[in-house]
Design a protein around this ligand. Sequence first.
Ligand SMILES: [Zn+2]
Length: 466
Amino acid sequence: MSWNRTWGYLAICVLTFPGILCSLQEQRQVLLVSFDGFRWDYIYKFPTPNFQYIIKNGIHVEHVTNAFITKTFPNHYTMVTGLYAESHGMVANEMYDPVLNDTFSMNHMTIYNSKFWEDAYPIWITNQREGHRSGAAMWPGTDVKIHDVFPTHYMLYNESVTFQERVAKLIEWFTSKNPINLGLLYWEQPDEWGHILGPDNPCMEEVIRDVDKNLGYLVSELKRANLWDTLNVIVTSDHGMAQSSRDRIIELDLYVDRELYKMIDHSPTVALLPGEGKLDEVYNALVNAHPHMSVYKKEDIPNRLHYNHNSKIQPILAVADEGWEILQNKSDGFIWGDHGYDNMLPEMHPIFLAHGPAFRRNFTKQAMNSTDLYPLLCHMLGISPLPNNGSLDNVKDLLVSSVPGAPQPRFLVDYQQGSYAFYMGIILGSILIFIFLLAFVRHLTYSQTPAVWGRQTEMTQPLLQP
Ligand SMILES: [Zn+2]
């Protein structure tokens, strides 16, 4: 075999190598989607063909134990840090920090106070520090400058921006000349209607159908942009929703003078800051006040809730039983659905499903913790996780690479979905590499170059003359 032909094969291999590298890089792209307040069992209660499509072609985790308290900001920050609320510091939707002497409220511009977010480093910061690019469409906290960093691309939070516009931005970022490898997409439903209607209201069917349509739109747009087969898409939520009732209201005014404390965070898990020297008085008035309300001093909050060690956790916490509300007075606002209860309650658990080259197909797993999502994301992105409360081992079985003898992810997906060109490309590439190696060995064996020949005869003689 001549040198010319050998170099020809070498050239082909070199030319195909970037393609192989590119394909490996594509496997590391992740889109994390949160439908706020999408309870784990909505997919069993209502028609959800697009959720079912992902489950059939990807993975589904039936029970995800999220973080206490089961509210929006704490859980969205848990998903991107792998930390319990006491560690990432986003301990509630409404907070007061006695160290900063400052307040945080999801209903006000105070959410842009960076200090409340800086107990932790969310995943987009780590991703960017390792040389990658992130894009976020309204995920809580992504339009806040945290540790002096914004996501590479982000949208300022504006509820009136449609789902379609958010999807369009993410696709633009994933397909740009310098693409992102991490995308974060947030949508306010079905949480808002869940609060207004209550999860048991038959009208929730229309709400869930609408969310399902949005998921279908996302899938069709990803297919249109040729991203569906290469992008790993995780669809999840922050919490579930429980049905409230006007018959299940606990009125604090019946038990304690409201002048003795300040209510920092609201029902159904209520954070109370007693006036100076009034801690025991308020606590003693409430601790046995109602059979459906558990009241703790901060230091006595059960360890399993991982909700003690942060200055933003108030001295007294009152937690309602499922379906109960804690108000100061019945005249305070009432909503038909609520969340924020104990994270052991199934009604508080979110949906979790995923599809993509890294994930197994048609695989159902019983349980995981929402803290496990962060190490999973880091593993998929190829970045180093910061210390966290999750475990990759708990969720590794969701991945193709965890199945002994399984083909490489990209190969599996394209083969199964019938991408003939890519399948043939891989086979052809393998054959070319094999031919090149064969040619190279033969060249070394028969080369006319004296120095090389002299050494190779000794090494290869026994093989050539069996
Ligand atoms: Zn929420």
